[in-house]
Write a protein that binds this ligand. Structure first.
Ligand code: MTE
Length: 316
């Protein structure tokens, strides 16, 4: 473990044990195969691809969190991005290779005006900074100044039709740069989904930066989603395709562990994960579950009405 890092959550805590054991055997085998084939990632190209630039965006004071910001160093080195490995430090170490230019998002499905939009055009949209609490299903949280724009602004460009009931987010699958794609228990590309009203909610942020700069690759460059009232895994990284659909999309984590990860995945201290409590959380860089988890991660006032009348124990 690196100096000053909180103890990592073992992958065995987030996946069924038999899958985890299988994966370990697989990783050992694939590491040996890669070594035998002499695979190496060109470090210079990797650095050049990072393209981190200052991204000035006025802070929107309506979105604040009482706790202090999580240090940038931790936000950018303690990550989940399975395409680059399952360890918390793997994405920062390996995602430099991700090719983030050229980059487009294809927007399709139940829309009147399907389109493909380039990252340069997304970066020209009016951006704002919002401080959100970000709560991982692994019972830790961070407080991060994200830079982005509301997803509904993007939706307005394509005019969703009345058949658009859900939104599917498909993320990049780069076979030549992503070192973790062959984890046996996960289907790539990584897919996430929201109900249309969740996607259109003003809190749902298409995110292109953090801490006043463009996103580092390990945090989902060049564009990702942030849905602050849901567990972090709903916030897909490095999005390449957005589809407006009639049925709930089959999401990566639901396919990997249907009894553990539901479609909604709203932060809810009253519904435990089958293998651990969600009542409290570690506020990183803290080491202890010192904070009581709030309903909808503290955003109940804004989003509880989306779920009026629903049983959130069955719709977890
Ligand atoms: N997106 C992709 N494409 N691949 C992933 O493995 N992990 C998710 C989410 N988005 C993931 C992803 C999970 S489990 C979490 S907690 C957050 O990204 C972590 O975001 P962060 O590393 O910026 O904190």
């Amino acid at each position: 473990m690196r100096h000053g890092r909180p103890a990592p959550i073992r992958p065995s805590e987030i996946t069924p044990k038999e899958v985890w054991l299988d994966r370990r055997r697989f990783l050992q085998a694939s590491a040996a195969a890669a070594a035998a084939a002499g695979v190496a990632w060109p470090a210079d190209e990797a650095r050049a691809q990072q393209l981190i630039q200052p991204l000035a965006a006025p802070r929107n004071g309506a979105f604040q969190v009482k706790d202090e910001l999580t240090p940038k160093k931790l936000v950018t080195t303690y990550n989940n991005f399975y395409e680059f490995g399952t360890g918390k430090g793997d994405p920062a170490e390996n995602a430099g290779a991700l090719k983030v230019r050229p980059w487009t998002i294809e927007i399709a499905g139940a829309v009147e005006k399907p389109m493909t939009i380039g990252i340069e055009d997304l970066l020209k949209l009016p951006l704002e900074e919002r401080v959100y609490r970000f709560r991982c299903v692994e019972a830790w949280s961070m407080v991060v100044p994200w830079v982005g724009f509301e997803f509904n602004k993007l939706a307005a460009m394509v005019n969703p039709t009345s058949r658009a009931k859900y939104v599917k987010f498909v993320t990049a699958e780069q076979k030549d740069t992503m070192t973790g794609l062959r984890i046996p228990f996960i289907d790539f590309p990584y897919v996430e989904g929201l109900r249309i009203d969740e996607a259109m909610h003003p809190l749902t942020l298409m995110t292109v930066g953090l801490y006043g700069e463009t996103l580092p690759n390990q945090n989902g460059a060049p564009v990702r989603l942030i849905v602050p009232w849901k567990y972090g895994f709903k916030s897909g990284k490095s999005i390449v395709r957005i589809e407006f659909v009639e049925e709930p999309p089959k999401t990566t984590w639901m396919l990997a562990g249907p009894s553990e990860y539901g479609f909604y995945s709203n932060v809810n201290p009253n519904v435990d994960h089958p293998r651990w409590s969600q009542k409290r959380e570690r506020v990183l860089p803290g080491l202890f579950a010192s904070r009581q988890t709030e309903m909808f991660n503290g955003y109940a006032e804004q989003v509880a009405s989306l779920y009026a009348g629903m049983d959130l124990k069955t719709n977890f």
